[in-house]
Ligand binder design. Structure first.
Ligand code: AMP
Length: 436
């Protein structure tokens, strides 16, 4: 009798009746098969951070809503549309952190880090949360690595050092053809003049702006320069340039940053239209791109007003954040190799219940002696276990049957040649070490 194909509606009904769950939209599981990439990125970032003397800091995953409202700005995309509120005790006072800098500045103030030697150099890694439209390279939970230099003087050498550490981290991950874009967005003195120039220009062309930019014209005109809509990109080409509006102090700060970059032979492109979406930035801003990938891998800048915005005393600061998922995506795209975990060279095989019981103890003895082993306690059939030993690319099998249990011995079998030898359990470690 022919089997009828299932109707699409039948499948839909089944899907509805399903009681399983999925991870929240835009949030992903990081499975064991991904770990080699993650570990490579974390290892390199730790090495770079330690080399440049950044100290590790961790802050809670959620913070007071007001911390971000005040520092990123109420009109920023992140605060106005992308925050995840945490409902607890009937109130929405906390949000999942959308970025790492404001929480670290909060920690600096709260823990009196200005009492230690300045500036304080910190690094972090962790999950950030933004309710964005999920797409390639844009997630709702993503991981950032970041560097911050807080306190001391607002010396341009620190801007250069932050850019250097970020660049070296990407180079350490074997990225080639990195493109560093830099700009200065000025300070409280010069930015209002630029804002006015920008408004005058865009008001003349308001009708050609996208709907979002029409709103930005009223709330955050600098962000008009950041829009990716074709009509707004075209208008930007003739927009006034930030660099022509910098005050003497900002322009000399920026010049020094560029001189340091020249000194380090770090090539860069001046992008007079680079602005960053958060209110706390001032003076230097930058982003790093890689060939063949449209989205920035890293971004950062100076934030000399941040501490005041959140109730601290005026404190200079500069920092950068790198997106781990984007980095890994590009590493895979560019087929950058990562070391795979080492495969255990010994596989423990047992035959029968009694041997199974002894096998557990034998595995422990090998662990204590630093010999990496694998076993398969769920598969009692000898044939299955031997297949797994071969598949796992082990070099030796340690075979334990009833006879061996009574004799207190094990068989060491060379899986390539098929040669095997019975050795007393007491000598097992010694014999294995000789062969490995
Ligand atoms: P930002 O905090 O916006 O300056 O972002 C710094 C870096 O974090 C970016 O260059 C990206 O690599 C990464 N990033 C920012 N937003 C996302 C997102 N929604 N999904 C994945 N990575 C992101």
């Amino acid at each position: 009798m022919a089997i009828k194909p299932k109707k699409a509606s039948e499948n839909k009904e089944k899907a509805k009746a399903r009681t399983t769950f999925q991870s929240p939209k835009g949030m992903r599981d990081i499975l064991p098969r991904e770990q080699a990439w993650w570990q490579r990125v974390m290892k390199t970032s730790k090495e770079i951070a330690e080399f440049y003397n950044f100290l590790r800091i961790e802050t809670p995953i959620m913070e007071d809503v007001a911390l971000f409202e005040r520092s990123l700005g109420l009109d920023s995309d992140v605060v106005s549309k992308e925050m995840f509120y945490v409902r607890a005790g009937g109130k929405d006072r906390y949000v999942l952190r959308p970025e790492g800098t404001a929480p670290i500045a909060r920690a600096y103030i709260e823990n009196g880090l200005h009492h230690i030697s300045q500036p304080v150099k910190l690094y972090y890694e962790g999950s950030m949360f933004r309710h964005e439209k999920p797409q390639a390279g844009r997630l709702r939970e993503f991981h950032q690595l970041g560097f911050e230099i807080m306190g001391g003087q607002n010396d341009p050498i620190y801007d250069a050092q932050i850019i250097l550490a970020t660049h070296r981290l990407l180079e350490g991950l074997k990225f080639k053809n990195l493109q560093l874009q830099v700009n200065s967005i000025g300070c409280r003195v010069c930015r209002p003049h630029f804002r006015k120039k920008l408004l005058d220009y865009y008001r003349k062309h308001e009708r050609a702006l996208c709907e979002d930019c029409k709103k930005r014209l009223k709330t955050n005109p600098l962000r008009l320069l950041d829009c990716k809509e074709a009509s707004c990109v075209a208008l930007k080409e003739h927009a006034p340039s930030l660099m022509d509006s910098l005050c003497t102090s900002c322009s000399s700060h920026f010049k020094s940053v560029l001189e340091y970059l020249d000194e380090l032979a770090l090539s860069y492109t001046l992008n007079p239209y680079l602005v960053r979406g958060l209110d706390y930035y001032s003076k230097t801003v930058f982003e790093i791109f890689v060939d063949g990938f449209d989205l920035a891998l890293a971004g950062g800048g100076r934030y000399d007003y941040l501490f005041e915005m959140i109730g601290g005393r005026p404190t200079p600061g500069v920092g950068a954040a790198l997106g781990v998922e984007r980095i890994i995506e590009v590493m895979k795209q560019k087929e950058i190799d990562v070391p795979q975990p080492k495969k255990p060279r010994v596989f423990v095989v047992y035959i029968g219940d009694l041997a199974k019981r002894k096998a557990l103890k034998i595995v422990e003895e090998l662990r204590v002696n630093n010999i990496a082993v694998k076993e398969s306690f769920g598969k009692d059939l000898l044939k299955k276990q031997m297949q797994l030993a071969d598949k796992g690319e082990a070099e030796y099998a340690l075979i334990l049957g009833q006879k061996e249990v009574f004799e207190e011995s094990v068989i060491i079998r060379d899986l390539k040649s098929g040669n095997q030898e019975s050795v007393p359990v007491l000598k097992m470690v010694q014999e294995l070490k000789k062969r490995l």
